[in-house]
Ligand binder design. Structure first.
Ligand SMILES: CC(C)(COP(=O)(O)OP(=O)(O)OC[C@H]1O[C@@H](n2cnc3c(N)ncnc32)[C@H](O)[C@@H]1O)[C@@H](O)C(=O)NCCC(=O)NCCS
Ligand SMILES: Nc1ncnc2c1ncn2[C@@H]1O[C@H](COP(=O)(O)OP(=O)(O)OP(=O)(O)O)[C@@H](O)[C@H]1O
Length: 108
């Protein structure tokens, strides 16, 4: 199996390219979607992020207000690093699990 990383800044075309690759038949692991799952209320990532940024970043239903968190971290690289380190283990484990599942079920 070959794993290809698709990276780029905000609005650089990652989703557009990955949609095209998907149409060509390649399985896609979307790190943004994994990051959203890793932030869901009650997960380990959620607990780490709340411990770091406080409960002010939560909506009334307890989910992280991603727009608000994005405003904080995209305006301050130190805070972005804090967010990255809070979520990196969750993201790595989720991505690795998905890659293994894909490896078992596809011929790529
Ligand atoms: C900051 C968060 C809450 C903003 O969520 P929101 O739904 O508003 O935006 P979305 O996830 O679509 O991201 C917008 C754009 O920013 C990029 N981006 C997101 N997080 C990061 C980051 N830590 N560093 C650089 N770029 C990032 C995304 O790839 C995308 O291009 C969310 O992106 C997040 O939890 N990020 C941390 C996890 C992470 O590092 N994700 C990057 C992919 S591994
Ligand atoms: N090669 C291109 N030329 C012109 N416009 C493009 C090109 N690729 C993508 N776009 C447009 O740029 C915008 C952002 O693209 P896209 O959503 O794919 O980026 P992204 O990196 O996934 O964004 P995000 O940071 O929100 O995750 C979209 O409106 C898309 O149609």
């Amino acid at each position: 199996m070959r794993l290809i990383g698709l990276t780029g800044g905000i609005a650089s075309g990652k989703s557009t390219v990955s949609k095209e690759l998907h149409i060509q038949g390649l399985p896609i692991i979307d790190a943004d979607k994994i990051a959203h799952a890793a932030l869901r209320k009650g997960t380990w990532g959620w607990m780490r992020v709340v411990a770091t940024f406080g409960r002010d970043i939560l909506r009334e239903d307890g989910e992280v207000n991603r727009a608000q968190l994005g405003e904080i971290v995209f305006a301050d690289s130190a805070k972005r690093k804090q967010l990255n380190s809070s979520l990196s283990l969750s993201l790595s484990l989720l991505s690795l699990s998905l890659s293994l599942v894909m490896h078992m079920h596809t011929h790529f």
